[in-house]
Design a protein around this ligand. Structure first.
Ligand code: N01
Length: 538
């Protein structure tokens, strides 16, 4: 199967890939190695996806660096050196550029090419994909590698566009230096992005006002340089570590407890929490095996962190505002911080509790809270993303008989395994709704998906007119299973982006599959071996 030029701007490929982040880059490499022709369209003017866009000060991964990297290529693993426990955005972006160069991926990527539509032609059995750079690609397969946290959500606050100062979103951070010096800055949002950017801005701005609607739980990162011992250990045992991670629930080498909160007395419980607090990171929420299952168990972990907040924040009133009270710990993505709570001890930082004093609008001068206006030179929106489905639904995707994905998902996204959607033949999604994706080490989840899709596409390579499509009954069963698994946990108790709760009008559906990456991988492999059970091949 060769790429042939159709006319000036239209070319024919075996596969079109949308997005050149972790998923798109690996897809190009793997599919090319199977003899397939590919074209990858990327909206940014560089590769890297999430790590290209989220370049705000303090942006850092909360999965440890050695784990948050590709495992499929030993040479890449040997050549690249991580330097910190948790890598910052520049290093991860550097890594992805290194991968793109080392595997010679760039020749198949069109940059500054945002895909506008992907339309299936029932007669020709091909996808036509149009991008903003004027290119049109016709391909047998279309793979959406558009990311789970890539559609930035800029709330439509009254008067927003009248603001005279600078306005940024953490997920669309500019490439130029942003100068905070001497400025009055406002940050809206206290999720993972806000919690990272706030301490950084506080150190540079004249004054920082944080506008908080809902407080979040955060655990210290205790980030540090990787020690020579840690590097040597990883290099020696990498293959074993990777194998364990891939079979685990989250794709991360957390210390998963096998005992319940109620198996131990209070002293022992507090000792366990303290030990994990001192080790830092999201490992904390795995201290006991019922923290995501039992509200009473969860409350013990939440109480421990609330006490820590009180000890880190000097003013008890401020500490109270920063203390979460509307969700079990961990049911919104747990945050990992460096000096977040301590930032509120600074004289140049003010916290506004939007629950008490709602934001009524944005004026040319600043943010309005009823009668008073907080004058600002700059507003930073750390307001998150239309997660998981947003990037897909911003593209005009049409399957059989012109059916749009938007219509199909009107009441919530449905997919089979998070990989395919009934009515959309030869279309695959990497880390789609109903896949483990964002509740895991997403790089491991991406590798699994890419390898599964690669296997499927390769199996069909010799039958050029054959299509594969999720069966509706298999899809219904999977959607129900995803819901059932979530319903057995505390996750649906939080108004989180996992539930679509952060986007006005978005159907409230638990988006990821939390049955575990290891289980999911085994199931996907079994399905492929069983002649793609649950798929129509016709
Ligand atoms: O977004 P969020 P994020 N007025 O949706 C507030 C990953 N990530 O970009 O909770 C006022 O979590 C909103 O308030 P509320 C990670 O998976 C990872 O921070 O809706 N406030 C909330 O406080 C993470 O979970 C890393 O009441 C408004 C905040 O904005 C995911 O990305 C780093 C508002 C949004 O929080 C998303 O994180 C960064 C409004 N109109 C991100 N609208 C690491 O690896 C929204 N908010 C460390």
């Amino acid at each position: 199967m060769n790429a042939q030029t159709h006319h000036d701007q239209t070319s024919i490929y075996d596969v079109v890939i949308v997005g050149a982040g972790f998923a798109g880059l690996y897809l190009i490499h793997l599919l090319r190695s199977r003899g397939l022709t590919v074209r990858c369209f990327e909206a940014g003017d560089g590769v890297g996806g999430t790590w290209y866009w989220n370049r705000y000060p303090g942006a850092r991964c909360d999965v440890e660096s050695q784990e948050y990297s590709f495992s499929f290529n030993k040479e890449l693993e040997r050549e690249w050196r991580w330097t910190e426990r948790y890598s910052d955005q520049t290093q991860i972006l550097g890594y992805l550029n290194f991968v793109a160069d080392r595997l010679e991926l760039r020749r198949d990527i069109a940059l500054s090419a945002r895909v506008q539509s992907a339309i299936f032609d029932d007669i020709r059995k091909r996808w036509t994909v149009q991008a903003s750079n004027g290119e049109t690609a016709i391909a047998r397969f279309c793979i959406m590698a558009t990311g789970c946290l890539s559609a930035a959500q800029l709330p439509n606050i009254k008067g927003r566009d009248s603001f005279k100062g600078e306005l940024y979103h953490t997920g669309q951070w500019p490439h130029h230096d942003v100068d905070f010096e001497g400025k009055h800055v406002g940050v809206i949002g206290t999720g993972s992005s806000g919690i990272q950017v706030i301490p950084q801005i506080a150190q540079r701005a004249k004054h920082l006002t944080v506008f908080q609607r809902t407080p979040n739980f955060s655990i210290p990162a205790w980030n540090k340089p990787l020690s020579p011992e840690k590097i040597a250990d990883w290099n020696m045992n990498r293959d074993d570590y990777r194998a364990i991670a891939k079979k685990s629930r989250s794709g991360i080498l957390y210390e998963y407890a096998t005992r319940s909160v109620f198996d131990v007395n209070e002293d022992e419980r507090l000792k366990e929490y303290e030990a994990r607090w001192l080790r830092g990171g999201a490992n904390f929420v795995h201290a006991f095996n019922d923290l995501f299952l039992d509200e009473k168990a969860n409350e013990t972990a939440a109480a421990f962190v609330k006490e820590k907040i009180r000890s880190r924040v000097k003013d008890p009133q401020i500490a109270k505002i920063l203390t979460p009270n509307d969700h079990p710990i961990g049911t919104k993505r747990i945050c990992v911080d460096t000096d977040y709570y301590e930032t509120y001890n600074r004289k140049n930082v003010t916290l506004v509790d939007l629950r008490k004093e709602p934001m009524t609008g944005i004026s040319p001068e600043g943010i309005a809270l009823g009668d008073r206006i907080i004058p600002l030179d700059m507003i930073v929106f750390a307001t998150g993303f239309d997660a998981v489905t947003g990037a897909l639904l911003r593209i005009d995707i049409r399957g059989q008989n012109g059916l749009t994905l938007k219509e199909t998902w009107q009441e919530g996204p449905k997919s089979y395994l998070g990989l395919a959607v009934a009515g959309f033949p030869n279309l695959f999604i990497v880390t789609g709704p109903g896949s483990p994706s964002i509740t895991t080490n997403v790089v491991m989840a991406i590798e699994q998906h890419v390898e599964w899709i690669g296997r499927c596409v390769t199996d069909l390579k010799s039958k050029p007119d054959v299509m594969i499509e999720a069966r509706s009954d298999a899809q219904e069963n999977w959607v129900q299973h995803v819901r059932d698994v979530a319903a057995g946990t505390l996750f649906p108790k939080a108004k989180s982006w996992y539930m679509g709760a952060n986007i006005p009008g978005k159907p409230q559906v638990f988006l990821p599959y939390i049955g575990g990456l290891g289980n999911y991988t085994r199931l996907c492999d079994e399905i492929a071996t069983d002649n793609y059970r649950g798929f129509l091949i016709y």
